[in-house]
Design a protein around this ligand. Structure first.
Ligand SMILES: Cc1ncc(COP(=O)(O)O)c(C=O)c1O
Length: 400
């Protein structure tokens, strides 16, 4: 199936786009809407719409069970949960937080909102996570905690980071937004470090429209995080800690609950899409896929296409070509975060190199295997007509 016959057929150069409706990168999973509406009816009927309502409590219990932890504390989103958790662990101290440089752009903002300073670390070339070696270079006298980020393609090397944190007396927490459904040594992500944080954003695996939650086995921390999300109230009118409005409401809990029923299906469809990508792109020179570990449960959340360094079209140009066609691919975690930060920074070569060669391809419920086959023939066309496309790109640039 070839949709493009000439370079002028590419949408970037005025041709008709491959997709009339955009193919996004987010999960956008649809729960059983009957179940969602019936949960919402119960919320309206009981007039409990927020403030730790029954649906939030049911969601927390089911998620604590899913992650095999003692506590799940729902928040309005993962960002607020992380800010509040980091502020709580810092407990009034000023200093720095070790974070990876190859992750979500918002992470350094989260650290700064918590009143601390991010110190960026390099990542491992295969897993894209912090390692004991990369972290060793970033420890400073004022380091207060380490924030590991599990990647979709791999959890952090939890043993190694835990041992290091123990040696230096540092709390270890995890941003587990992309670790849902994954395991480390057979145990679900969610029960490691002091606490872990997940998102319920519509583009994530578990769709609450918006939302987030903290998992922990620490009873005291759990109780404090509950008070903090409710303005810091410890009783009817007394406030005993710095709080905010971080509550998840019943609409979002209803969507997350209905979505939780479908989570295994969502994950298995992601695997099917990832397999379809690998099959369909087989034979296109210079293309490989970031692997997911075969010996652990994984979520296959992102199909990550890696271009060889000598691929004939620059990565960002390929992304522009795809996007013009309605395939909303993205340059994956580019540029590395330390290069976007105005603080003084060291060179972090692994992340800098990774940030130049990976394309996050469309996936989720809006993408099917026929779309993937069409994307493969498009990329094959780009690869086979690279010289003409480079010339057209140069002319396109000059015309701007
Ligand atoms: C790694 C990571 N951490 C945190 C967040 C923030 O999640 P939320 O949108 O629920 O605040 C995101 C969102 O994309 C993320 O990718």
């Amino acid at each position: 199936m070839t949709d493009k016959h000439a370079v002028a057929d590419l949408a970037l150069f005025g041709g008709r786009p491959l997709f009339d409706r955009p193919r996004p990168i987010g999960q956008l999973a649809k729960p059983d809407t009957e179940r969602f509406f019936s949960l919402m009816k119960s919320a309206f009927d009981s007039r409990r719409l927020s403030n730790n309502g029954p649906l939030v409590q049911e969601l927390e219990a089911r998620l604590a069970d899913y992650h095999a932890v003692r506590h799940c504390i729902a928040y309005a989103n993962a960002g607020l949960a992380l800010i509040t958790l980091i502020e709580t662990i810092a407990d009034g101290r000023k200093g720095s937080v070790v974070i990876p440089t190859f992750t979500y752009t918002g992470l350094p903002h989260i650290v700064r909102w918590a009143g601390l300073t991010p110190v960026f670390c390099d990542v491992a070339p295969d897993t894209h996570t912090l390692t004991a070696t990369s972290v060793a270079d970033a420890l400073r006298d004022d380091t207060i905690m380490m924030l590991g980020v599990h990647q979709a393609n791999s959890p952090c090397p939890i043993d190694e980071l835990s041992a290091m944190c123990e040696q230096f007396g540092l709390p270890l927490l995890f941003d587990a937004v992309h670790g849902l459904g994954a395991t480390f040594r057979g145990k679900p992500i969610g029960g490691f470090g002091i606490a872990e944080v997940f998102s319920l954003h519509a583009t994530k695996l578990l769709n609450g429209f918006e939302g987030g939650y903290i998992t922990t086995n620490d009873d005291e921390l759990a109780a404090l995080m509950r008070r903090k999300r409710n303005f810091g109230y410890s009783g009817e009118s007394s406030i005993d800690t710095l709080g905010l409005n971080g509550k998840l409401n019943e609409v979002h809990a209803a969507s997350a609950l209905a979505s939780l029923d479908k989570l295994p299906v969502v994950i298995s469809r992601n695997h099917a899409r990832l397999d379809a990508y690998q099959q369909a792109f087989r034979g296109i020179p210079g293309i490989s896929w970031i692997p997911y570990p075969g010996d652990e449960a994984t979520n296959a959340e992102f199909p990550l296409l890696k271009l060889a360094t000598d691929w004939p079209i620059p990565r960002d140009a390929l992304v522009s070509i795809l996007r013009a066609e309605g395939a909303l691919a993205r340059a994956y975690y580019a540029p590395a975060l330390h290069l976007q930060d105005d603080s003084r920074h060291r060179s972090l070569p692994v992340a800098e190199a990774l940030a130049q060669c990976i394309v996050q391809m469309p996936t989720g419920e809006m993408v099917n295997t026929t779309d993937i086959a069409r994307l493969a023939s498009l990329v094959q066309f780009v690869s086979s007509n690279a010289a003409a496309i480079r010339a057209a790109l140069a002319a396109h640039q000059d015309a701007k």
